[in-house]
Design a protein around this ligand. Structure first.
Ligand code: HEM
Length: 409
């Protein structure tokens, strides 16, 4: 299918009023009028039709590593940045393809459904603690309530001792802020320097677990390292960072949109209450229907290629827009309906495809299955008390408020 002849006059505008609340109309226009669209603001090609998004995700001629971006700027060579640079270069998102394969093979077993299942009780305990922090009012806000849950779960996965948890949370939050490409030099510099105590704590933990291994992910990874000398200390720290970057904000945003969509669809909410295992499908449908990422993970072109009828030169940036692709009527029946029982849900590939597919997909699904049903169980009469509120963000739809009535009065 070719783009609409009026494509030249089309201007993609994600800054229109209401985009954060519902980007679907803009996505629909983009798919129809300019399915492969060069967006000057991001200096990137936006790909919005399902089949093109899928092709981009699978194409080995596209790299996820920012080092393959023609506009890549290495960090200044100052000693204070050394630890951050090393962790980033050795983390799963940036590491070279050959090392990436090796690292994934080593770490994948630690994220298998069986390995993750042992966190079930702790996820419930963390959720109950978050619920206990809600004010004892009829009107409560569920958006900030879920803020800490995924990071605290990651803390349990790594067996961070309770005394180190506050330091771990602030390290992780600072590290998450660093993924924002729009930071000024000063903001970036301050954040990087602020990471030092966190790196120190991780090294302390690694040293302790070498002496006294436990039944946790870090101990298992160290054990692998010592058996074959295959996971260096830099790679271990890079792995901790990758898990934080991959598993925290993604899950927070998704849990919020799950709660919103279930509250908007009381019949489907009742089904999840009756059978909590349906929360997994609710998470998948939420990601298909209401993705928190406005655009997508940038990919960098390693050799000239063509998408649709658009020629794209080596060094360019391509952004596969999953949120747009998963509303494509060519693939999904009734794409604009939230339906956790839809037959075509598996087509959404919410956790990616290929070598970089989500390491934490089973953990994310378990979090959906425990966190949301625990909230529904503890707030049995809850209803939406108004529209959600959004806070501006460069690439996420950040729901800052989700007001609900407890339904107790
Ligand atoms: C609802 C929550 C989540 C969603 C929607 C999600 C989605 C994704 C997607 C689509 C990718 C592939 C990105 C690409 O193609 O480059 C990915 C990668 C990744 N995710 Fe997740 N994820 C979630 C939760 C988690 C959790 C809980 C963890 C770990 C605790 C995690 C860790 C990772 C890591 C480490 C990668 C990089 C894998 C690699 O490059 O080899 N994610 N995630």
């Amino acid at each position: 299918m070719r783009a609409d002849p009026g494509a030249e006059s089309f201007v993609f505008n994600p800054f229109v009023e209401g985009f954060d609340e519902d980007p679907a109309p803009v996505y629909s226009e983009l798919r129809a009028r300019a399915p492969v669209y060069f967006w000057p603001l991001a200096e990137a090609y936006l790909v919005s039709r399902y089949q093109d998004v899928l092709a981009v995700l699978k194409d080995p001629r596209l790299s996820r590593s920012h080092r393959d971006n023609a506009r890549y700027q290495p960090l200044p060579e100052v000693p204070e940045y050394q630890e951050y640079r090393s962790a980033t270069e050795n983390g799963l998102f940036q590491v070279k393809p050959a090392d990436h394969l090796r690292l994934r093979r080593l770490v994948n077993p630690g994220f298998s459904p069986r390995a993750i299942e042992r966190l079930r009780g702790q996820i419930r305990e963390i959720t109950l603690a978050a619920l206990a922090g809600l004010p004892a009012a009829e009107l409560v806000d569920l958006a900030p309530m879920v803020d800490d849950i995924p990071l605290r779960v990651i803390g349990r996965l790594l067996a961070i001792p309770p005394a180190m948890e506050p330091g771990f949370l602030s390290f992780a939050r600072a590290r998450l802020l660093l993924i924002n490409p729009a930071l000024s030099f000063e903001e970036r510099d301050e954040l990087i320097r602020g990471l030092a105590p966190g790196y120190r704590d991780i090294r302390t933990l690694l040293a302790e677990r070498r002496q006294r291994p436990g039944d946790d992910l870090l101990s298992n990874l160290i054990h692998i390292e010592e058996e074959g000398g295959r996971l260096s200390e830099a790679e271990l720290i890079g792995m901790v960072e990758s898990i934080i970057i991959g598993g925290a904000d993604t899950t927070v945003h998704t849990l919020r949109f799950m709660l919103l969509n279930l509250l908007r669809n009381p019949e489907q909410l009742a089904r999840v209450r009756a059978d909590p295992s349906l929360a997994r499908a609710a998470m998948e449908e939420t990601l298909r229907f209401d993705h928190f990422n406005k655009f997508g993970t940038p990919s960098f072109v390693l050799e000239d290629l063509t998408i649709g009828d658009v020629h794209i030169a080596k060094g360019s940036t391509v952004i596969p827009m999953k949120g747009a692709g998963s509303r494509d009527p060519e693939v999904f029946a009734r794409p604009d309906e939230f339906d956790l029982a839809r037959a075509d849900l598996g087509e959404a590939h919410n956790f990616g495809l290929g070598p970089h597919s989500c390491l934490g997909a089973h953990l994310a699904r378990l979090e959906a299955e425990v966190v949301v049903p625990t909230i529904l169980e503890q707030l049995p009469g809850m209803t939406l008390a108004g529209p959600p509120q959004f806070t501006p963000h460069l690439f996420f739809r950040v729901m800052s408020s989700l007001p609900v009535r407890r339904g107790m009065t």
